[in-house]
Design a protein. Sequence first.
Length: 146
Amino acid sequence: MLAAQAAIALGTLSGGWRIVRTLGTKITALRPIGGFSAESAAASSIYLATFLGVPVSTTHTITGAIVGAGSTRRLSAVRWGVARRIVWAWIITIPAAALVAAVAYWVVTLPNHILAAVLVAAALLGLAALATRRQARRRQPVSAGA
């Protein structure tokens, strides 16, 4: 359970701010009324889905609501290239998560539980190092010339 909590925390630390920035500014420029409409629509959709017992992703719901709110002004107000990349990420996420789950299951079912714990810890540390390196690289200012 601690490994799962650590993985969630590392994921939020390494990429959470990018998600907020993308949804808040990159898809479309929302005015306060558009933001209110998107949040209200997403909350209503999630409430209805919960009432009906349908599993939904809150991220998918709010992203769709933001695209919808942005497209009410005009369709060109939405940056469809950004929306397309988000949809591709969603499509890739499911098989990637299945692969990671299969590898994790294989590691956990190894006969030697200490070896399994060491492999999981090494994988988490490796992912954390990659995420930190990537985040540091993105924050470095870009300058033209010396």
